[in-house]
Each structure stands twice: as structure tokens, then as C-alpha cells.
Design a protein around this ligand. Structure first.
Ligand code: FAD
Ligand code: FES
Ligand code: FES
Length: 473
């Protein structure tokens, strides 16, 4: 059973008693204290590390939160901490640029930012400023140093973007620029000599906790990786595939939110997918959180859940070799109650390819624009020709015990001509099919008002020439 992995430039092996979370393991067992502990819940970025995984195109590195990463996920992979990015002497170019701009005010958030920006250098297609800033969306600076951080990222992009040679391996170029240590160039060859890590059984005869990205599980039960047997779904290649099958797009259950939002196959159906998915958590969270995890979490305000509901997706469930398919609109039975039997795996989600050409609109109202859970969210799929609403599906979150398919509202709109009277009447129908409650995210009345507003936002987006905001009050 393979227990070895690369830690920076060293091959290490997990002992049988080494369980728990990577953050504690790094700091307490390895003495690598450059990785800091802040929130312990994936919200601050102080614990950012890179996780590299062998793929047909070399090692793919993603910035992730080590406070949500069990060490059991590490065998066969490359874990990179800030110590693994520090040059033997002095500072690397990212660190130096931050110093030049006066960006780092403390050693607490700065290491995580350097690791996230290294992830940007490894991953961004064109090293744009926007990509650089987006890479830091999960790294909080508590001292209001953001202007200097923006200057540092802008300067880094201005320096290295023109040097980028798309025909050469990225790690080789980054090593030449001093952004990566030379050891990265041999990581793929070293990882390929390791055996496959074990794939735990999880069927009815050997129940184990199904563990995907852990972004819900670890927040709720931080001791879980130390205490329970976990079945790591990320090790199952068949759950990580995105492929077209006739008139449907099949998205494996363990596909991450980031992979899902940027997959060319999904963008062919929903061109706005990267921006929509960009409202989900942060890069650190999206790099681990999965599509199936969002569905099984069953939160009434799951963002990907709401999007998939509006797209008319179906859920493929499997257990002990048997498969069945359930429309997503019938998957949620009550608050956190699913039409899923114990031990059943969400193997995939199927999205109808007929979505292509329809407008897909997503709205999320949260107290912060980024890294926040919605008060109310909503997605709509609309086909409108010359003002005629030919097809409408609508999903709204945060207004019922379950993620809601607003089928009465969609039925009301379908076949009507879009104008202010139609929009206002549809909002009344929507109010009749929602039942929000007051909670920390707002009062029931506020959420009712938000539900009306997000519906108007969808309709304004589909036909901005047919509606005026002033009419929709
Ligand atoms: C900082 C932070 C920000 C967040 N922001 C958002 C946000 O903006 N929007 C949002 O919607 N959510 C957000 N979340 C919640 C979370 O990231 C999502 O719900 C995510 O999709 C969960 O996926 P996961 O792979 O991490 O699930 P896990 O935590 O691994 O699992 C969640 C549940 O699903 C089960 N499960 C996982 N995969 C399968 C499968 N294939 N088959 C059957 N059961 C399975 C697990 O057993 C567990 O019960 C955030 C979380 C954090 C920590
Ligand atoms: S400690 Fe805050 S994200 Fe991990
Ligand atoms: S750099 Fe640490 S608080 Fe701003």
C-alpha cells in the first residue's frame, strides 16, 4: 500500500499512526511552521499549500487550504509549502516584489499569499493581472494592505507576462525566473515511480465516510480524518471525468468546482460558467470542493446545486454496482433529506446539451461579494426570441427548506411576451411558491424581496431592451 509522497524536494512516507490534517502534520511532525493556522475553516488562506497531482500533461498543481486537507490524501502526490518555495538565500521574485511594494505587513498571511501566487504562475494561461488578483481571493490580509498587494501583483504580471513562452514547459520557465526551485522539474518523474495509493471500499459491506473535497465535512468535524476511515473519492479516476455522451454532458461526482466551471465542454453549454463559478467560495475552496459534495450537503443555498437545478440536471446514483438516475428536482425531499439510500454514491451529474444557446443567468446575494454564502441565490435558463419567452426554468435558493425548483413561476413565464406586466406578475407567482424563514442571513420579508429582485435581474439580462428597472417595483 503506497504511503509515500513528495514533500517539497523530499520523498517522505506516512507512518501508520500519522492521520489527521496536513496543517497540523506539517507544523507539529515536520517542523514546517511557515504554513500558518488562522481560521481552521478554509476562510483565511494562512495555511495555503500547493498540492500537485500527476496527470497526462505533467504535474498539475493547485493551491489548497491545508487546514481542510487530510494527510490521507497525500500519498502519490506532491505537497509544496512555503519552505519548498524559499530560495536557499534571499527572496524569490514574488517575495521581493511584495517587499518592494511594502505589501507584507506580517508573517502570518504573507506565506499563504506567496503560495497562492505561485499557483497563479503555474496555472494562469496568460499571467494576466486579473488572474493574479483572482488567485488571492482566498487570502485575507487583516491589516488593510490591499492596495500594496494589488501593486505587487500588477508589477509581477507586467514583468513576466511578456516573457511567457507557451511552447515551453511552465515549470522550466518558472525555475529560470527563480519563482520555482529547480527540483520541480523532476517531480513528475519522481511521482511516476510511486505506486497507486489504496482505493478504500465504501459499499454496503464496508461502510466508510465518503470523502470528496472535505470543505463541508472538515468544517463540521475537524477530527474526522483522525477518527474515521475515509474513502477518498479523488482517487477514483472514473468520478473525475467530464465527457459528452450523446445529448448530455456527464460530469463525474468528484470533479472539483474549479474544474467544472472551466471545463471547455461545460463552457460550450454555459459560456459564463467561469464567472458564475467564481462566486463560489475562493480559489482554495473551489480547488477541493466537488460538484457531488455540493449536492449531498443539501444546503438550500448551495450555489452549484442551484445552477444545476436550473439546467435541468439529473443525478446518477450507484451502489454495489447498481445504478439509477434521478432528476435533480426530485433529489431533495426536505431539509437535508435526500432521495439517496445509505451508501449510495453520487457517481455523476448529467446536464442536457440542449442548454447550449439558451441564456443561463446566475444571481447570488451575499453580505460580501466573495467568499460568502448566499442569503438568496438563483439561476435561470431562458430562451427568448423577439420578446417571446419560449423556454424558462428557474431555481431559487434560501427561500425554502430545499433548493427550490420554481416550476410554477417558470410555467407562468413560458410562452408569454416579456414586458413589465409579465415580470411583475411572475414575481407574484414566485412569492406564492416560496417559504423563506428569518435567520442570520436576513428576515423572511427581506428574502422575499430578494427573490423578486433576482427574478427581475434574470429577465433584465435576457432582454434589457424590453424592461426598465424603474418599472419593476
Ligand atoms: C470557506 C468556505 C466557503 C464556501 N463557499 C461556498 C459557496 O460560496 N457556495 C457553496 O455552495 N458552498 C460553499 N461552501 C461549502 C462547500 O464548499 C460545498 O458544499 C462543497 O461543494 C462541498 O463539496 P466537498 O467535495 O468539499 O464535500 P465533502 O465535505 O467532502 O462532503 C460533503 C458531504 O457529501 C458527501 N459526499 C461527497 N461526495 C459524494 C459523492 N460523490 N457521493 C455521495 N456522497 C458524497 C460526503 O460524505 C459528505 O456527507 C464553502 C465552504 C467553505 C469551507
Ligand atoms: S487556517 Fe484559515 S484557511 Fe486554513
Ligand atoms: S499582511 Fe498580514 S495582516 Fe496584512
Amino acid at each position: 500500500m503506497e504511503r509515500r509522497f513528495l514533500l517539497n524536494d523530499r520523498l517522505v512516507e506516512l507512518g501508520p499512526d500519522e492521520r489527521g490534517l496536513a496543517l497540523a502534520w506539517l507544523r507539529q511532525r515536520q517542523g514546517l511552521c511557515g504554513t500558518k493556522e488562522g481560521c481552521g475553516e478554509g476562510e483565511c488562506g494562512a495555511c495555503t499549500v500547493l498540492l500537485g497531482e500527476l496527470s497526462p500533461r505533467g504535474v498539475v498543481y493547485r493551491a489548497v487550504a491545508s487546514c481542510l486537507l487530510p494527510v490521507g490524501e497525500l500519498p502519490g502526490r506532491h505537497l509544496v509549502t512555503i519552505e519548498g518555495l524559499n530560495p536557499p538565500t534571499g527572496l524569490n521574485p514574488i517575495q521581493q516584489q511584495f517587499v518592494d511594494e511594502g505589501a507584507p505587513q506580517c508573517g502570518f498571511c504573507f506565506p499563504g499569499m506567496v503560495v497562492s501566487l505561485t499557483g497563479f504562475f503555474l496555472d494562469s494561461a496568460d499571467l494576466s493581472v486579473n488572474d493574479g488578483l483572482a488567485a488571492l481571493d482566498g487570502n485575507i490580509c487583516r491589516c488593510t494592505g490591499y492596495a500594496a498587494i494589488v501593486r505587487a501583483v500588477t508589477a509581477l504580471a507586467a514583468t513576466y507576462r511578456p516573457l511567457l513562452d507557451p511552447t515551453r514547459a511552465r515549470v522550466d520557465q518558472l525555475a529560470e525566473w527563480g519563482i520555482l526551485p529547480a527540483a520541480f522539474a523532476t517531480a513528475a518523474a519522481r511521482l511516476s515511480t510511486l505506486g497507486a495509493p489504496p482505493i478504500e471500499r465504501f459499499d454496503t459491506t464496508a461502510p466508510a465516510v465518503l470523502f470528496a473535497g472535505g470543505t463541508d465535512l472538515i468544517v463540521q468535524q475537524p477530527d474526522l480524518p483522525a477518527a474515521a476511515d475515509l474513502a477518498y473519492l479523488s482517487r477514483r479516476p472514473e468520478l473525475r471525468v467530464i465527457e459528452r455522451e450523446l445529448d448530455e454532458l456527464v460530469i463525474g461526482g468528484a470533479v472539483t468546482i474549479e474544474e467544472f466551471g472551466h471545463a471547455p465542454e461545460f463552457r460550450a453549454l454555459v459560456p459564463d460558467a467561469p464567472a458564475i463559478v467564481g462566486r463560489f467560495g475562493s480559489t482554495l475552496i473551489r480547488n477541493r470542493a466537488t460538484v457531488a459534495g455540493n449536492l449531498v450537503n443539501a444546503s438550500p443555498i448551495g450555489d452549484v446545486t442551484i445552477l444545476l437545478l436550473a439546467l435541468g440536471a439529473k443525478v446518477v446514483l450507484s451502489r454495489d454496482g447498481r445504478r439509477r438516475t434521478v432528476p435533480l428536482s426530485e433529489f431533495f425531499l426536505g431539509y437535508k433529506q435526500l432521495a439517496r439510500e445509505p451508501g449510495e454514491l453520487v457517481a455523476a451529474v448529467r446536464v442536457p446539451a440542449s442548454v447550449a444557446g439558451d441564456l443561463v443567468s446566475f444571481e447570488k446575494v451575499s453580505q460580501r461579494r466573495f467568499l460568502d454564502i448566499a442569503g438568496v441565490n438563483s439561476a435561470a435558463r431562458i430562451r427568448c426570441r423577439d420578446g417571446l419567452l419560449e423556454r424558462v426554468t428557474l431555481a431559487v435558493g434560501g427561500v425554502a427548506p430545499v433548493p427550490l425548483s420554481a416550476s410554477s413561476t417558470a410555467a407562468y413565464l413560458t410562452g408569454r411576451t416579456l414586458d413589465a406586466a409579465t415580470a411583475l406578475a411572475a414575481a407574484d407567482v414566485l412569492e406564492s411558491e416560496i417559504a423563506p424563514i428569518s435567520d442570520v442571513r436576513g428576515s423572511a420579508g427581506y428574502k422575499r424581496e430578494l427573490a423578486r429582485r433576482v427574478l427581475f435581474a434574470h429577465l433584465l439580462r435576457v432582454a434589457p431592451d424590453r424592461l426598465r428597472v424603474e418599472e419593476l417595483v
